[in-house]
Design a protein around this ligand. Structure first.
Ligand code: AP5
Ligand code: ZN
Length: 208
């Protein structure tokens, strides 16, 4: 299936995408991870305000559309089934996406702002596997993993605030756009991860 997963920063897109790729035969296409792996890439020839993606990301701002559109276009051309995570983040990107591919299901993980802040500030990553944890909700069992956990550069309180306001201003209209088209499958993302997964899985199965 061709799956789009939408949600605010910290809504659980990465967490649910990992479950989706384990269950269904799809690639995980994530602009956030792709950009984090290329934070120092020189984009100054694209006439951008800053010279690298990292300078946007560490401020909580969106990386310019031209950079992100190229990443998604390339990844989609190599994928049959996919779960697309982190894109589109504004109406211009949504329009680009419509020219690139069709979608079978558009999921939206609905989570309150208070919970989002709690999830983002408590999130930790395993730099070796890329696995996502939470200090309180989902701590690793292995003490060796616990010792090497790192915090994402943009999970500081100040940057989290900026990311949430960028979401409200730029991405909320994308969600409304899919809702108006009648395509949006709203999932209660505030439930425990396994309960969210049960809803995500059945929604995909109904639409695939
Ligand atoms: P990106 O990496 O996409 O970040 P984001 O959208 O802010 O989302 P997150 O990855 O923070 O959250 P998530 O929804 O994946 O939640 P997770 O599963 O980790 O983008 C980063 C930056 O890159 C952007 O700010 C921008 O600069 C740039 N960028 C990316 N795409 C772009 C684009 N298209 N255009 C322009 N710029 C772009 O979960 C969060 C935490 O909660 C974890 O600790 C997890 O364990 C926990 N958790 C998850 N589910 C639950 C649950 N059900 N109950 C309790 N805890 C849970
Ligand atoms: Zn993510």
């Amino acid at each position: 299936p061709r799956i789009l997963i939408l949600g605010a920063p910290g809504a659980g897109k990465g967490t649910q995408s990992a479950k989706i790729t384990a269950e269904f035969d799809v690639d995980h296409i994530t602009t956030g991870d792709a950009l984090r792996n290329n934070k120092e890439m020189d984009i100054s020839d694209m006439d951008t305000e800053y010279d690298t993606p990292g300078e946007y990301m560490d401020r909580g701002e969106l990386v310019p559309d031209d950079v992100v559109n190229a990443i998604v276009d390339e990844a989609l051309s190599q994928a049959d089934g996919f779960v697309l995570d982190g894109y589109p983040r504004n109406l211009e990107q949504a329009e680009e996406l419509e020219d690139m591919t069709e979608l079978d299901v558009v999921l939206y993980l609905d989570v309150s702002e208070e919970e989002l802040v709690h999830r983002l500030t408590g999130r930790r990553m395993d730099p070796e596997t890329g696995d996502i944890y939470h200090l309180e909700y989902n701590p690793p069992e292995d003490p060796e993993v616990e010792d090497r956990l790192v915090q994402r550069d943009d999970d500081t309180e100040e940057t989290v605030k900026e990311r949430l306001s960028v979401f409200q201003e730029n991405t909320q209209p994308v969600i409304e756009h899919y809702e108006e088209q009648g395509d949006l499958e709203r999932v209660d993302g505030e439930q425990a991860p396994d309960e969210v997964w049960a809803d995500v899985k059945s929604t995909i199965e109904r639409n695939a």
